[in-house]
Write a protein that binds this ligand. Structure first.
Ligand SMILES: *[C@@H]1O[C@H](CO)[C@@H](O)[C@H](O)[C@H]1NC(C)=O
Ligand SMILES: *[C@@H]1O[C@H](CO)[C@@H](O)[C@H](O)[C@H]1NC(C)=O
Ligand SMILES: *[C@@H]1O[C@H](CO)[C@@H](O)[C@H](O)[C@H]1NC(C)=O
Ligand SMILES: *[C@@H]1O[C@H](CO)[C@@H](O)[C@H](O)[C@H]1NC(C)=O
Ligand SMILES: *[C@@H]1O[C@H](CO)[C@@H](O)[C@H](O)[C@H]1NC(C)=O
Ligand SMILES: *[C@@H]1O[C@H](CO)[C@@H](O)[C@H](O)[C@H]1NC(C)=O
Ligand SMILES: *[C@@H]1O[C@H](CO)[C@@H](O)[C@H](O)[C@H]1NC(C)=O
Ligand SMILES: *[C@@H]1O[C@H](CO)[C@@H](O)[C@H](O)[C@H]1NC(C)=O
Ligand SMILES: *[C@@H]1O[C@H](CO)[C@@H](O)[C@H](O)[C@H]1NC(C)=O
Ligand SMILES: *[C@@H]1O[C@H](CO)[C@@H](O)[C@H](O)[C@H]1NC(C)=O
Ligand SMILES: *[C@@H]1O[C@H](CO)[C@@H](O)[C@H](O)[C@H]1NC(C)=O
Length: 863
């Protein structure tokens, strides 16, 4: 007896590699061990999570395995969540017939879900979410105890099975490629509490039978292809519903007026990006638990319910892009009411019909100019109210919103529309101690930059270009340790740049061009070791270029052009390894140009307009420098008088002429220039576009017109396919075309218009003006090409490719877009150049109207 135990022990210690079944037997049933080993065989295990899955250990002790107490050799739970496993799921798991819990989520399983899992009739929880499983969902009808089925984030296709087991409580199928309609049989699972099919391609509407699902708490169907002319009525019966989303579908209809009374437990309510119309029901404010309401991008009209303030838990309210109105003071009361929503952190109401009436309020009641109800929203983090044309002075109480982290362009006061000043920047901004971004691009702020902004110890981005600011840049700004970006270009700032700039160790972007800043460039600027982009051009800087700039190793762009700089170019600039662009043109620099580093690349630097320079790279074709300074020796005096004086006179004459020409050119350009879109649009540089389109290669050219060429390309770390429209500025009328297009597109948004991502107004590598528009890429090209071109492989006519139904859809889409253009809240936009080649099609054959180069703008006539 003892010896046999000893032998057994010895064998166990030695490891039973070869004879596992027989020798490691504890007299049990090894069916489950075989199934598990079969499963292991089919996968690879790069993280060695299944190290313990070997003969030395009883399989009930293997990583992730639990066995039954009553039947010690039967596996009841297999939990391999997030173990880095790769490969296919073996059908052998279907033999673990005692299994209650199977968790294989958050791995890299691929292939199909084995139909044999349908034999696991004791199974209660099956989680295969976050893998890359393909194929259809197998029948699980025999898993009659299944309570939770998680298949989120795979690549499953086909329909939702009609024979879903009847005890199910949670069915999570979101983020797959499922098609078909929602099976009415789901309505028989009265235990269902969570149904999430968001992010698939499900069609149809919510079946009426769903009214039976009395336990349903979460119904998420956003980002599908649901359609219908009526609001999904059955949900009104689901009185325990907590979360409801049908965002990004094609649903329309009126929202029933009593919805908030029928759904008292509602917390999440998302209808955004559909075609719902009618009013926002005021009964919603009876659903007192609501925390999130998103009804943006629909066609809701009327006023915002005044009782909105009853929603004391409201955290996020998005009313963007509707047809909401405010005709009088009463209509604005919702703003004051909102003040009671003390939890509110996100609130936007851009692109509605709120403008005319604020003007009315401006005339009567100053605090109404900017909704004073906001003053009590102490928790606001992000305020976006742009594109509503608020006018008037920004009130001082703005500073009481002490939790605000980002202030976006609050006031969209294009000078054309509102020539009045918006007053000074309220110094109370300095009380927003959490503020990270202050963005007041394109306004009419005048007065000085408040010194008190220096108190904002979290500020990272200070963007106030294109305003009317006076005075000097407060040195206090440079003492904010977090400051990354100071953009104050195109104002009327003067004074000098303070030595304290050297404290801004994180400063990466310094743009103060087109002001009137004078004095020397501080030597301490060289201490700003993070600087990548310095733009001090078109100012009045004088003195020498500090050699210390050559120590900013991260520097990529240095533009000091159009100043009054004198002396020589510091050779230290040649050390800047990352420098891509150096513009020193139009100064009074003299002496020898260095030849190393950036100075060896004539396409990356500009030095013209500095008559005193000599030498440098051969390609510059400048006169060689004299061996000794010209006027150092007496014997050259006569040369100075005989040659240099007449030459200088000639040169200055030439300069006067060129200054006049330049001045005129500039005048002309000023009248139509429209720098960037505003900071809500991402900034892209010429270099980004150059890189993204492989140097505007012919290979990427997808269209060419009179005023522009269009390239396809990739932007934003190559993640986004875009179309880049580059304007041929040498053609007459192109500037106008660019401005027309910018004006037309920056304020409009519609699913059937080509969405503009951003604009770029800059200079190219040769210093020429460069203007481009970046829009989303339309993979199917334009309608003209689709209709009239033949495919490479023969003469298959377009008729076989675009069905009649598609054609009708295209017509409807275009009509939709025009209706929006003609009746949008900015005043009518008339396209003036509508033709098949300006109608672009995305991958789903949805038509998008583009090319606004000839568009005309008609202001709306008042309210
Ligand atoms: C082991 O269990 C399986 C499944 O229950 C059964 O079919 C088989 O007969 C059992 N084998 C032994 C040796 O008990
Ligand atoms: C599991 O069941 C399948 C049939 O479903 C059978 O072919 C196989 O032999 C069983 N055992 C293992 C270890 O896979
Ligand atoms: C499954 O395993 C993971 C990782 O070990 C663990 O975090 C999780 O709680 C387990 N789940 C269950 C239901 O036991
Ligand atoms: C379900 O079980 C029944 C009876 O055992 C069997 O006939 C049927 O094929 C099973 N269905 C599936 C999908 O496994
Ligand atoms: C799922 O759909 C997406 C988007 O439509 C597509 O990119 C992807 O290839 C599809 N995957 C499968 C497996 O069909
Ligand atoms: C749902 O249940 C009802 C009654 O229980 C039954 O008549 C009907 O056939 C079931 N529907 C489906 C699709 O299973
Ligand atoms: C809100 O609820 C109250 C009390 O149930 C009811 O009297 C009122 O009519 C409801 N409001 C709306 C707008 O339905
Ligand atoms: C907001 O609160 C004030 C004071 O607490 C109250 O008078 C007012 O009726 C409330 N408004 C709403 C819409 O709840
Ligand atoms: C900032 O807040 C303090 C305290 O609430 C107040 O006294 C001060 O006037 C505010 N500063 C500005 C500039 O509004
Ligand atoms: C540049 O300097 C010259 C002479 O030093 C002066 O006359 C001129 O006004 C200065 N220009 C600017 C823009 O400050
Ligand atoms: C010269 O500069 C241009 C523009 O910055 C750049 O594309 C090119 O690669 C540079 N050439 C060399 C040799 O560095």
């Amino acid at each position: 007896m003892l010896t046999s135990i000893g032998v057994l022990l010895l064998l166990v210690l030695m490891g039973c590699h070869h004879t596992h079944v027989a020798m490691c037997s504890f007299n049990g049933n090894f069916t489950d061990q075989l199934s598990l080993l079969e499963f292991k065989k089919g996968i690879s295990d790069p993280k060695q999570a299944l190290m313990s899955w070997n003969d030395r250990t009883h399989f009930c002790s293997w990583e992730g395995v639990l066995c039954s107490v009553k039947h010690p050799d039967r596996v009841t739970s297999l939990n391999l969540t997030r173990r880095g496993l790769v490969g296919e799921i073996s059908p052998s798991l279907g033999n673990l017939t005692f299994l209650k819990v199977l968790l294989l989520n958050l791995n890299s399983f691929s292939g199909e879900i084995p139909p044999s899992l349908g034999q696991l009739h004791r199974l209660q929880i099956l989680k295969l979410d976050y893998n890359t499983l393909q194929g259809v969902i197998p029948s699980l009808a025999n898993c009659s105890n299944l309570k939770e089925l998680w298949l989120r984030n795979n690549q499953l296709t086909g329909p939702i099975p009609i024979d879903i087991p009847h005890a199910l409580e949670k069915l999570v199928l979101s983020l797959n490629n499922l098609t078909g309609t929602i099976p009415t049989s789901l309505a028989n699972i009265t235990t269902l509490s969570v149904l999430d099919v968001a992010f698939n391609s499900i069609e149809g509407n919510i079946p009426n039978e769903f009214a039976k699902l009395s336990a349903l708490q979460f119904l998420f169907m956003g980002r599908n292809k649901l359609s219908g002319y009526c609001f999904p009525q059955p949900i009104l019966n689901l009185c325990v519903l907590v979360g409801f989303s049908v965002a990004y579908n094609d649903l329309s209809g009126d929202v029933p007026s009593y919805i908030g009374n029928s759904l008292p437990n509602l917390e999440i309510f998302e209808l955004d990006n559909n075609f719902f119309h009618g009013h926002i029901p005021s009964s919603l404010t009876n659903a007192s638990k609501l925390t999130l309401i998103d009804v943006s991008s629909n066609r809701f009209a009327g006023v915002v319910p005044r009782s909105i303030g009853k929603l004391s838990r409201l955290y996020s309210l998005n009313l963007d892009s509707n047809k909401l109105l405010t005709r009088n003071m009463q209509d604005w009361e919702f703003m004051d009411s909102l003040a009671n929503c003390t939890e509110l952190q996100e609130f936007t109401i851009t692109e509605n019909h709120l403008e005319g009436n604020i003007l009315y309020m401006a005339d009567n009641h100053l605090s109404g100019v900017f909704p004073s109800g906001l003053a009590n929203l102490r928790n606001l983090i992000n305020v976006g109210l742009s594109m509503n044309r608020f006018v008037g002075v920004l009130p001082e109480w703005i500073g009481t919103l002490t939790n605000v982290q980002v202030v976006l362009p609050l006031l969209e006061n294009t000078p054309k529309v509102h020539p009045k000043s918006t007053g000074a920047i309220p110094s109370s901004f300095s009380n927003m101690s959490q503020l990270e971004e202050l963005d007041l691009d394109f306004n009419r702020f005048d007065g000085q930059i408040p010194q008190a902004l220096g108190n904002l110890q979290m500020l990272r981005f200070l963007n106030i270009p294109n305003n009317n600011l006076h005075g000097s840049i407060p040195k206090e700004l440079f003492r904010i340790s977090t400051i990354v970006q100071i953009i104050l270009s195109s104002n009327n700032l003067d004074g000098t740049l303070h030595d304290d700039i050297g404290n801004a160790k994180q400063l990466t972007y310094l743009h103060i061009s087109s002001n009137n800043i004078s004095g020397e460039i501080p030597r301490t600027l060289g201490n700003c070791e993070s600087l990548e982009d310095i733009n001090l051009d078109h100012d009045a800087f004088s003195g020498n270029i500090p050699a210390s700039l050559g120590g900013i190793t991260s520097l990529q762009i240095l533009n000091l052009s159009h100043n009054n700089l004198t002396g020589s170019i510091p050779t230290s600039l040649a050390n800047l390894k990352l420098l891509e662009l150096l513009d020193l043109s139009f100064n009074h620099l003299n002496c020898e140009i260095p030849t190393k580093g950036i100075f060896s690349n004539v396409t990356a630097m500009w030095i013209d307009g500095n008559p005193g320079l000599c030498g440098g790279a051969l390609e510059l074709h400048l006169p060689a420098c004299p061996a000794k300074p010209l006027y150092s020796s007496k014997q050259h005096q006569s040369i100075v008088w005989k040659v240099m004086v007449p030459l200088a006179t000639l040169l200055s004459l030439a300069m006067v002429v060129s200054v006049i020409v330049l001045w005129r050119g500039k005048q002309k350009r000023k009248s139509v220039s429209l720098p960037t879109f505003g900071s809500t649009f991402p900034k892209v540089s010429y270099n980004d576009l150059y890189r993204g389109t492989e140097g505007f290669s012919v290979h990427n050219l997808i269209g060419k017109g009179r005023y522009s060429s269009v390239y396809q390309g990739k932007l934003f770390q190559d993640r986004t396919m875009v179309a880049v429209k580059v304007f041929s500025l040498e053609t007459k009328g192109t500037q106008k075309s660019f401005v027309a297009e910018c004006n037309a597109l920056r304020n409009v948004r519609h699913r059937n218009l080509v969405r503009i991502i951003t604009a770029c107004s800059s200079t190219d590598s040769k210093g020429n003006d460069f203007k481009a528009l970046v829009s989303e890429f339309m993979p199917r090209g334009d309608l003209h090409a689709l209709l009239y071109s033949t495919r490479d492989d023969g003469d298959i006519s377009a008729f076989t490719r675009i069905t009649l139904a598609q054609r009708i859809c295209i017509v409807v889409h275009v009509a939709d877009a025009l209706e929006y253009l003609h009746h949008n809240n900015q005043g009518a936009i008339v396209h003036c150049d509508l033709k098949p080649s300006n109608i672009l099609l995305d991958e789903n054959m949805i038509a998008h109207v583009g090319d606004f180069g000839l568009a005309r703008f008609r202001e709306a006539d008042g309210g």
